[in-house]
Design a protein around this ligand. Sequence first.
Ligand code: PAF
Length: 280
Amino acid sequence: MKVINTIIQLRELLAQYRSEGKTVGLVPTMGALHEGHASLVRRSVEENDITVVSIFLNPTQFNDPKDLERYPRTLDADCKLLEQCGAEIAFAPSVKEIYPEPDTRQFSYPPTDSVMEGAMRPGHFNGVCQIVSKLLMYVEPDRAYFGEKDYQQIAVIRRLVADLGFKLEIVPCPVVRQSDGLAMSSRNALLSEKEKVTASNIYRILDESRSLGLPVRQTHDYVVDKINSIDGLEVQYFSIVDGDTLADVASWDEAPGIVGCITVFCGTKPIRLIDHIRYK
Ligand code: PAF
């Protein structure tokens, strides 16, 4: 596997592969790779001739500088994992390489980017759109792979791709969970073993809420009350939404697909964990 740090080298290498008629899959990441990322990379390796994995801790999507500061950085281990998964290129540029000048572009795709994470983390999705649009311009992939763990992010990226007219397939990949249900996330590395056990209650309760047969409002309250009753967990928001538009729903027959999206603070630091559940 080649580790590349500059856009020019990346473009040259990809031009060579393209001239040989090879297809290219892109897996954008911020590093601190885990089994969830590995599943995206393996899928890309299966479906494309060449897989490019970007490892770039994108500063413009962090609205909280402390969150950026403590984000785990594990480049050597990341490259080993990517090599094992069969990726051809790890693209690990510096911040200066990606942003030689401040990126002043503004992206706005309401309601997908203004609700939930968009409301809690102002500017977050603008930063995601800045970096993803740049990566799509550099790599021009046939397919790009994103984890469904960040359910809202995929909805925003779909709008970005349609808006800017990129020609590629967005491939959403299922959440990878530990055996106790905890969704794999780079942020889990910041949890103690005890906090990880506590955090596994989030998915257990979401899953339980599917079989209650309650109306939307009561299902919402059940999840929030149950999670908040556990020591070390505090729900920031739980929204039951149309799976496409992300608009709130008031009844189960309001949309063909309905998803519950949650953010919970876990532990004393505290660490912010996100997850979701599909109701239909
Ligand atoms: O999901 C992530 O890890 C990031 O938001 C992404 C898509 C790599 C952009 O920095």
